[in-house]
Every structure is written in C-alpha cells, then in structure tokens.
Ligand binder design. Structure first.
Ligand code: SF4
Length: 703
C-alpha cells in the first residue's frame, strides 16, 4: 500500500462520503478525514469510520468454496470453481432454455460491474432474467420521477442547495440513522431561517430536529400528500402561471386532490387538520421549497402513485424546475443511482435506456458487437425473479446481494433459493445467501480496486484502489471475464475497470444518463462530475476529457425531459395498503434501519464496534401497546404476520404510534424482520410493500 493517503469513498450508503485511507501504524488501514470533498466535508458516520475492518482477512472469504457430494462447502481452486459454474449454467441453459438461468445484482456494485453484469446476462447467457436488489430500494421514486419529469436522477440538484431553500418536506426518511453527515444540510437550512417538516410514523432522531413532525399511519403518505394539495388549491396557493406554462395533466390531478377533504385525510392518516394547514403554510410561504422522499413512501404497493402525489404538490406550487426548488429522492445504497443506470435492471440497457426501445437496442448492440435481435427482452422484477427460483429459473448467479435477509417474505425466498438446481454467489464475506450456494467466489471490494459510483446527487465519483486484496481473491470483472470465456465469448469482458468504463461511456452516449464526457482522468481531477455529461458539446466539437461538457448539477431549469418539455401531473387517489389490520392481525408493522448497521448487515455485523452499538434486532412499540401485552422493556416479543413469526426484545417508547410497531431489518435468524414483510408489488415499479403490513404482537413466555 502507498504511504501517502489515498483519497477515496466509503463503501456503504449513497452519500458516498469522501475519506482518505492510509497504512495504520499497527498494521492494516486507517481512515482519515478528507475535508475537501464537498458532500461530507470530512464527516463520517460510525460505519464509514470503521469500514477498513471489513478489509481484514479475519472476516473475509479468501478462497473459493464448492459444495461437495456430501453437501458441505469445501475449499476449491479458482479453476475448479469457475469450471463448475460455467458447466452448470451451460447445462441448465441447454436443458431448460436461456431464461432458466437467472442473474441477481446489487446496488453496491460499481458502475463498471453493473454494466458488465448486464452485458454478461444478455450477451453470454442470453437470458432476460436479470434484476437486482436496487428494485427494493428506489424503484418507485425512479418510476414516478420518470413519469413526471421524463428522467429519474435521485436529486436533480446538489445537496448544497438544501440549506438555501425555504422549506424541505422530508417524507419517510431518517438521515440521522441512515446517513448522519447529511443532517448538516438540514441543520444549516434551519440556521438560515428555513423550515424542516418531517413525515414519519415514528418520532425519529431526524423528526426531533424538525419544525413540524407529521406522523401518519403507515401506508397513508399518498392520502397525506393529496390532503396537502387540496389545501393548496382551497387556499389559493396554486402557482397558476407555472402550471399553465410548464406542466400538463393538472385538471385531472386537481380533481383527484379536491376529493380528499382535509377532514377525510385526517381520518385516514391520523394527521390533524391544523397540522395539515401548518404544513401547507410552511411549504408555500417561502419562494423556494423542496420535497425529498426515501423508503417510507416508496416501499409501498402504491409507491409510484405516492411519490407521484408528492411530486404533484411540488408542481402545483411551482416548486420544480426552478432554482433551489424541486422533488428529489434520497437513494439508499452506495451505488443505488449508478446501479440503476447501466443495465442490471430487468427492463434497462446502459445509459438508462429502455430495453424495449428498438433504437436503444440498436445503439447498445452496436457497442457490444452483437445483432440487436439476439438481445432478450425485459425480464422479471427482483421479487418475481426470486419467487420463480426452483421452478422457471433453475440456476442463479448472484453478486453483491443477500436476499435471505433483505428480501420481503424472506423465509419463502430462502426456500426458493434452497430449491435451485444451482446457485453461484460472488461475495466478500460468507453471507446468509452465500452459505446456501453451490459455489462461492471470494471477490475484491471497494478499497482494493478502482471503479466509479454515482451518488444520490447524480455525481459520478472515482473510488481509487488503496490497498492490495488478500491472496486468493479476484475481482467481479475477472469472474465475468473467465466465465464468459468458458461459455464461448472470448472478447468483450475486460478486467480493467477503466477499460470497462470507456465502453460504458460509448454505450451511454446519447442516452438519458449520458456519461460519454466523463473519464477517469476528469473524475480524478474534478472529484466528481454530474451526469448527464455528453462527450461533445453542441457546436463546439469539444471532446470529453478535455474542455468538454461541465456536467449537469441542476436538471430541468429550462425544460423537463419529457417530449414536450412539460412536467406531467399524476392522476392519483388514495387507496389502502395491500394488507390492513383486522381482528387476527390488529397492528401495523413498519421496518427500517439503525445507524450502526447497513442493509442486510452482511458486512457491518462483522465489525466489532458496530456490533457492540447495535447487537441485534428489537421491536419498538408504544407503552400503551406494551401495557396491553404486559410487556416490559427487553421482554421477548413475537411479531406474527401472515408470512411468519419473528422474535426480538421489546423497546418501549412514546416515539412511535400506538397502532404501529417497528423492527430494523439487518439481522437473520429468529429476529429477521423480513420474515414478516409483504411482497405485494407496486404495479408500475414492482416494489414490494416493505413499509407496511398487518401483524399481531405476542408476549413470549420464558421459563
Ligand atoms: Fe459511509 Fe454513508 Fe456513513 Fe457516509 S453516511 S460514512 S457514505 S455509511
């Protein structure tokens, strides 16, 4: 490793905080502050600070493992492991067709890996059955943003705009736990005289900092947004000129909102009419305002419509496509943004192109050197793909995902995975899903390889290699190269990340997410470039890498990316969650994260300091519900849904609604929250309803 610090980025969430890595005096690597990176200005959360711990060989896989005839995983050589994967994928394809082979990716993969994985599925395997865990993350916001604006980019403005706007409504987002360094933007907003409204069924650490906290019943954010829009119209706060000049579809959206009287919305959501009025006042009085959503409104079976309703509020008040105003989504996973742009999604080609668009197919096929007619069409979405394992899909190649913990209805998903003919997993650690595999390949990770990610602002970043990987570990790009060669495709899968990025630039050129003007050299020099960034600036002939396009930090200021340049209102109405409480299951469950753990916990559960801070799951419940159950703090509680049962200790707090319990979802075993969650899918985004389902809570008798 170099003795001078290497500037790079955190391996975890979508903020992609900058950090320096340098050799630690006691051996290994240590993190130091990188104050010049504008997003976090040196601040890191506990996950980022301790990230080098997951580089340690003590927690790593350092050899391939292959399941023996006796059923146990045994160490194997790379040749044996790769040969076995290639042989099994080819066998299943020959016996049952290309679509019997599935591929499952992750929002933690770099842009290069996501690109190569999508190409591998379509060119080498010829399968349509590829999707990724980002489907469970931001797909409803992506679908709603594309419908409304013609383009989805998490935030259409940089984070630095937040402190300068007048009001932010933060819907179903808890950055105090999920990305603490981002809190400073909201703190500075309030210091500058702006206001923060937090919408969350729980009084979270973020909600504690708000000027107004609205705590709707889980699953009713859509009705809440409609109620606010009703009041906007009723109080004459509509921006008529903006609506007339820059939008379409207002009359239908307006009529839908006017059917949602504040008193009706109060009955549905539990948010009082005075609070609704106060929210409208705070949002409409300043010149500029924003709505930011996260998983709360998005992970619902009506997530796309729910986000659409919040976008309607922005459009009706002229708070979109203007400086310091707009709608944005706070993406969750490290490369949640880039991961959805480069072709590992079931319906997409690189550059955020649509797989069913003939022109897009021709363009990408030309870059790939294949006949566009040979490219498969759209496949199943993530949950549908997992649900088809062992039946229609008989073999699976999985990278950077741990669905045994993170998928909805997880016990069923685990059963489907166990029923596969063949499972190959590439991972850094032996996750709960990797432990079920027939072949496990140990791969390199963030600080051991170069690669690009795209953070929640659409800022493309360069992660630099800072340390050498352990002996016995190879990169995902090498794995795809080797498998492609074994399956008869000798060319087109380079192992050098920069070479892959050069091809990605060409494949994305002219697409909605155009990276063609971005090079590794620019990323190193400029410390990030916002897409779209075309290679050629119209009329100048300038090429990317030179004095080319500057990138696009702010979108939609002149026109939206729809064919007519107008933003589109969504005609949406309230509807209940897929599962409402009843006599048998009278309580609502919602799920989320805690600051010391990340997603399925596969990495962070292996870090001592993080485990000490957050050692296991819990059931957060209101004292009134606890009293009804006769439960005291720490007592084991069983939470039972139509899909299964999870047990965890009680955490009693008035910060949650009495009709709702909360569980974090980072742990496997008997406290696995996703055993309970409902896979009811949003009809557009195919997002499962993680955020609300009906349960009953029972005290567990101990002897
Ligand atoms: Fe890493 Fe996110 Fe924490 Fe920043 S906020 S240090 S990116 S986990």
């Amino acid at each position: 490793m170099q003795s001078t610090p290497t500037p790079t980025h955190c391996p975890y969430c979508a903020l992609q905080c900058g950090m320096n890595l340098a050799p630690a005096p006691q051996g290994g690597v240590e993190v130091s502050e990188r104050a010049d990176f504008p997003v976090n200005r040196g601040a890191l959360c506990a996950k980022g600070r301790t990230a080098p711990a997951v580089l340690s060989e003590r927690v790593r896989l350092t050899s391939p493992w292959v399941r023996s005839a006796g059923g146990t995983l045994e160490p194997a050589t790379w040749e044996e492991a790769l040969d076995r994967i290639a042989r099994e994928l080819a066998r299943v394809r020959a016996e049952a067709g290309a679509d019997a082979v599935g591929v499952f990716g992750g929002g933690g993969l770099t842009n290069e890996k996501a690109y190569a994985l999508g190409k591998f599925a379509r060119v080498v395997l010829g399968t349509s059955q590829i999707d990724y865990n980002g489907r469970f993350c931001m797909s409803s916001a992506a679908a709603a943003g594309t419908k409304a604006f013609g383009l989805d980019r998490g935030l259409p403005f940089p984070l630095e705009d937040i402190p300068r706007t007048g009001c932010v409504i933060l819907v179903g987002s808890n950055p105090a736990e999920t990305m603490p360094p981002a809190l400073r933007y909201f703190r500075e907003l309030r210091e500058n005289g702006g206001t923060l409204i937090v919408v969350d069924p729980r009084r979270t650490k973020t909600a504690e900092q708000a000027d107004l906290h609205l705590a709707p019943r889980p699953g009713t954010d859509l009705a809440l947004a409609l109620g606010l829009l009703h009041l906007v119209v009723a109080e004459g706060r509509t921006d008529e000129a903006f609506v007339r000049e820059r939008t379409s579809g207002w009359e239908e959206a307006r009529a839908a909102a006017m059917a949602h009287w504040p008193e009706y919305v109060e009955r549905i959501t539990g948010v009082s009419v005075p609070d609704l009025r106060e929210a409208v006042r705070l949002f409409c009085e300043p010149e500029a305002a924003m709505v930011l959503t996260a998983r709360g409104p998005e992970q619902q079976s009506k997530g796309t419509d729910t986000v659409g309703a919040w976008i309607n509020l922005c459009l009706a008040t002229g708070r979109a496509g203007r400086p310091l105003s707009g709608y944005g989504c706070l993406t969750g996973q490290g490369n949640g943004q880039g991961g959805r742009e480069h072709g590992q999604k079931a319906d997409q080609l690189p550059g955020y192109r649509k797989l069913d668009d003939p022109a897009a197919r021709r363009h990408v096929a030309e870059v790939w050197g294949v006949d566009p007619d040979t490219l498969p069409g759209p496949g199943r979405s993530a949950y549908e793909l997992l649900d088809a394992l062992g039946t229609d899909v008989r073999a699976l190649l999985l990278m950077a995902s741990n669905p045994v913990v993170s998928a909805p209805r997880a016990a069923h998903v685990e059963e489907r995975i166990r029923s596969l003919d063949f499972l190959a997993v590439c991972d850094v650690v032996l996750s709960e899903t990797a432990a079920l595999a027939d072949v496990v390949l140990p791969v390199t990770q963030w600080a051991e390889e170069s690669g690009t990610t795209t953070n929640l602002e659409g800022r493309v970043l360069l992660r630099r290699r800072a340390v050498s990987p352990p002996e016995g570990v190879r990169s995902d790009l090498e794995v795809l190269h080797e498998l492609a060669a074994r399956l008869g495709v000798e060319k087109g899968f380079p192992t050098d990340p920069e070479e892959v990025f050069e091809e990605l630039r060409r494949a994305s050129a002219g697409g909605p997410a155009d990276y063609s003007g971005i090079t590794y050299r620019r990323l190193a020099e400029e410390d990030g470039v916002f897409w779209p960034c075309p290679a050629v600036v119209a009329g100048s002939g300038a090429q990317g890498g030179g004095p080319g396009h500057p990138g696009t930090p702010r979108l939609f200021l002149d026109r939206f990316a729809t064919p007519d340049g107008r933003a589109r209102f969504a005609p949406v109405a309230h509807r209940p969650a897929a599962e409402e409480p009843d006599e048998e299951f009278p309580v609502l469950l919602t799920t989320g994260r805690v600051v010391a753990q990340y997603q399925s916990g596969a990495q962070t559960r292996r870090v001592g300091e993080l485990n000490a801070a957050a050692p296991g799951p819990f059931v957060e419940l209101h004292p009134r519900l606890a009293a009804r159950l006769g439960a005291a703090e720490g007592d084991p509680l069983a939470v039972v849904s139509r899909r299964g049962r999870a047990v965890a200790p009680a955490r009693i707090t008035t910060a949650i609604r009495p009709d709702t319990v909360f569980m974090p979802f980072h742990w496997p075993g008997e406290g696995r929250a996703n055993t309970l969650t409902n896979p009811a899918l949003d009809p557009t985004s195919r997002m499962p309803e993680f955020k609300v389902c009906a349960v009953r809570v029972e005290a567990v008798q101990t002897v």
